[in-house]
Design a protein around this ligand. Structure first.
Ligand code: ADP
Length: 188
């Protein structure tokens, strides 16, 4: 099955984990902008150096830079049969850019992971200890959540109006949430 899917949700909502599950289940590759940025940062290249300044403060990397990176990635052969896009779009401008990139093969659905923010903060602080991410300190987490509310949360209404939104309750065990998502996607 060819699926062109976006996963949306607050920082720490478990999007990345669930994207990996969807990917395994349907055999569709995942593209994570956070992971792409982190690999550029690890490589120490120009894009990585630019992105690090934003990411470490919990701010968004500028739309034009992010969109170019995603357009490049979506031009590779492995996504011809579909993809799960994790972390993009994060602004309405990026959503418009994605429509342009996809052209006449638009998105099939947008999965929105719904969580309670308080639970998410605890989850992220634990992840900070496990993974040592430089943007997982408490102040930066609070800023990422603020940026999410301001810039990214409006995307849910945007995609709902287009009939693409699939809301999933993301509180609960990983397996439980994963089966809710798989069920929902099997019916699109
Ligand atoms: P999370 O979903 O846990 O916040 P991600 O790994 O998706 O983490 O993203 C980490 C950081 O990478 C973001 O806080 C942001 O700085 C940057 N980033 C990721 N995707 C985008 C995007 N689409 N636009 C701008 N910045 C982004």
């Amino acid at each position: 099955m060819s699926m062109r899917i976006v996963v949306l949700g607050a920082p720490g909502a478990g999007k990345g984990t669930q994207a990996a599950r969807i990917s395994d289940h349907f055999g569709t590759p995942t593209i994570s902008t956070g992971e792409l940025f982190r690999s550029h940062i690890a490589a120490g290249d120009e894009l990585g150096q630019l992105a690090a300044g934003y990411i470490d403060q919990g701010n968004l990397v500028p739309d034009d830079v992010t969109t170019l990176m995603v357009a490049d990635r979506l031009s590779l052969d492995d996504v011809a049969g579909g993809f799960i896009l994790d972390g993009f779009p994060r602004t309405l401008a990026q959503a418009a850019a994605l429509d342009r990139i996809l052209g006449d093969r638009p998105l099939d659905g947008v999965v929105d992971f719904e969580v309670q923010i308080d639970a998410v903060i605890g989850r992220m602080l634990r992840r900070a200890v496990e993974q040592g991410r430089s943007d997982d300190t408490e102040d930066v987490i609070r800023n990422r959540i603020r940026v999410y509310h301001e810039k990214t949360a409006p995307l849910a209404a945007h995609y709902r109006e287009r009939g693409l939104l699939i809301s999933v309750d993301a509180m609960g065990e990983i397996d439980e949430v994963a089966s809710r998502v798989v069920d929902a996607l099997e019916h699109i």
